[in-house]
Each structure stands twice: as C-alpha cells, then as structure tokens.
Design a protein around this ligand. Structure first.
Ligand SMILES: [Fe+2]
Ligand SMILES: [Fe+2]
Length: 186
C-alpha cells in the first residue's frame, strides 16, 4: 500500500510548464504525506511503518526538493519573465518571490519534524499544526502561480525556455549528483 502516487515528470525541455505543474503535484503529495504521518497514532506494525516512510519521504522533499523549485522560479524564471516588460507580470512575480521566504522557513521546520519522526517512529506533537500552517501558505501560492505566472511562460522564446530547463536540470544535478531522474525529482 502506498499513501501517495507520484507521477513521473516530463522531460524538462519537453514542456517547462508541465514540469513545473508536476513539481506542484509533488509538493501537494508531500503535504498530504506529512499530514497523514502527523495523524499516525499507533495501530498495526504495517501502518506504523507506512507512516514513518511517509514522514521520511516528506522530510526529504521539503528539505531538498522544495528549495530547488523555489530557486527555479526566483533565479531562472522570474528574470526571464521580467524581461518581457509587463507591469502586471512584474507585480505577479513580486508576489510570487515574496511568498517564498516564509514558505521556506516553515518547510524546513516541517522537514525537521518529519526527519525526527523517521528517526524515532513517533509523530512530533507539533507536526500536525505546522503542516496545516504550511498547507495554508502553499496552497494559495501554488494556485496563484498556476493561474497567473506559469501561463506567461508561453510568451518566452523556445530558446529561453530551454535555457530555464537547462538551469533547472543543472540545479538538480548539483544537488543530487548522478541520481537525478531516478527518484529525487522536484
Ligand atoms: Fe513558488
Ligand atoms: Fe511553484
């Protein structure tokens, strides 16, 4: 039994927007895993192991993968979209990048709780409320990017989109070494 099903992302150059939306899918599934892990209250040995595994996976995602996704957006995407010279797009990008710091701060706290649960098989008391707070920050942020920011990627030249994709791939190669594409995707 698995708590979450995670689909394989498309090749980066194939469709940058689809890649980013797949990243958002993994953010949402990691939130669900952390929320499920936080509710673990004993039960069968098998259920406990599944919840601990969910905590380990969620902890790894929030520790390593979520910052890479934010870096894709802040470092690779935002400057290219700002170059379009559209004031409304600039405002949207301001909102997007402003959200990232508080999300990152709380995500690292949640990562630490999940790692503690993976190490002890005990759900930390704070995990449930912290995951709820993180979800309250992330859900409107992801929705905003999908509705307002990602559609603007279609205005970029193919060469620029390929450059963004190349930077995203290099970011993961540096973070994960040769294992990117096997299991550590973001
Ligand atoms: Fe973001
Ligand atoms: Fe995003």
């Amino acid at each position: 039994m698995r708590l979450q099903l995670v689909s394989k992302p498309p090749a980066l150059e194939e469709d940058l927007r689809e890649f980013l939306i797949a990243c958002h899918g993994r953010i949402r599934s990691s939130l669900s895993s952390a929320a499920a892990a936080a509710k673990a209250a004993g039960g069968s040995v098998e259920a406990d192991r599944l919840h601990v595994d969910a905590a380990r996976e969620a902890g790894r995602f929030f520790r390593l993968a979520l910052p890479l996704h934010a870096e894709d957006e802040d470092v690779s995407i935002a400057p290219r979209l700002r170059a379009l010279g559209d004031a409304a797009v600039d405002d949207a990008l301001d909102g997007m990048t402003r959200d990232h710091a508080p999300i990152e701060e709380l995500a690292q706290i949640v990562a630490g709780r999940c790692e503690a649960m993976a190490a002890t098989a005990q759900a930390p008391a704070e995990l449930s409320s912290e995951v709820a707070r993180l979800a309250a920050l992330l859900e409107p942020h992801l929705d905003f990017e999908e509705r307002v920011v990602f559609p603007v990627l279609g205005k970029l030249d193919d060469a620029v989109r390929r450059q963004i994709a190349s930077e995203a791939r290099e970011r993961r190669r540096l973070a994960y070494g040769g294992t990117y594409g096997a299991k550590e995707r973001s």
